[in-house]
Design a protein around this ligand. Sequence first.
Ligand code: ATP
Length: 302
Amino acid sequence: MNSAISACGLTKSFGSVHAVQKVNLEVRRGEIYGFLGCNGAGKTTTIRMLLGLIRPSSGEIAIFGESLRTRRCAALSKIGFLVESAKAYPNLTVRENLEVQRRLTEASKGAVEKSIELLNLKEYADRKSDHLSLGNLQRLALARALVHSPEILILDEPANGLDPAGIIEIRRLLRNLADAGTTIFMSSHILSEVDQLVDRIGIIHRGCLVEELNHDELGKRKRLYIDLSVDQPERAEAILREKLRLNAITRPGERSLRIADAGAKSSEIASVLVKAGIGLDRLLPVDEDLEAHFMRITGEEA
Ligand code: ATP
């Protein structure tokens, strides 16, 4: 079974509000899937359906092939999650909060200390959770999600409340977990936050999944052009057209070329020009700003 989470025709309406509409998702075992959308796009509603917290108006969900409708306990036991509503007990310490979670999930005795270590919470282990900073509260929420070493992690905006160093730390932790085989489904409204981490990205807009890309496709899609400075522009252009079959070449300056072909590869361009004895002074791939890509795809103004 290669599919960790699958959703088919997932739909949820609240009265006249169509929050999620016919969303099909396939999250593969061991991948990190970034679920992106603006505020109100339908991310939390989708996640709450995946976690069995609300019932879809229509559509099916399966976790490792187990239907959430007919095999709910088996399906949900494999998931650790972090959602906004899952608050820590304010009067309990970090360690006590994790102990409650350990008992609920019937995890092994050593699981609490292991997750304290994993999330760098040692210093705060005996502090009541209502005395924690926002960032450490978020760390505690992640530690709780991880106590029973779930095969799938579903995270709603996990970077919320974290400072830049904390975001990098969590990113590293999630990458390590995925490398060790955990499947991660995480939402965000900030593309640059997930771009460096995820294997695939799905963009949800007004309840519909409008685009799905893997990491390489995203890289290609956001590429605008490659700028070159060369000593023999005419010859260089002819060589690129002939040898690499590049067509979208313009000449913005006397010694410069601009290549806008989607499949153009910097390494190939450099190699073919240098081999032909062309002096290459500059090669600069220019990417579309990720936020702009997101806005273009969703049709919103930046
Ligand atoms: P955010 O990033 O702001 O959390 P989101 O992408 O998670 O946004 P959702 O919270 O899923 O978006 O909301 C999608 C739409 O459904 C919004 O229009 C929201 O107002 C509406 N909605 C969500 N929950 C309810 C509810 N319980 N009753 C009525 N409308 C709801």
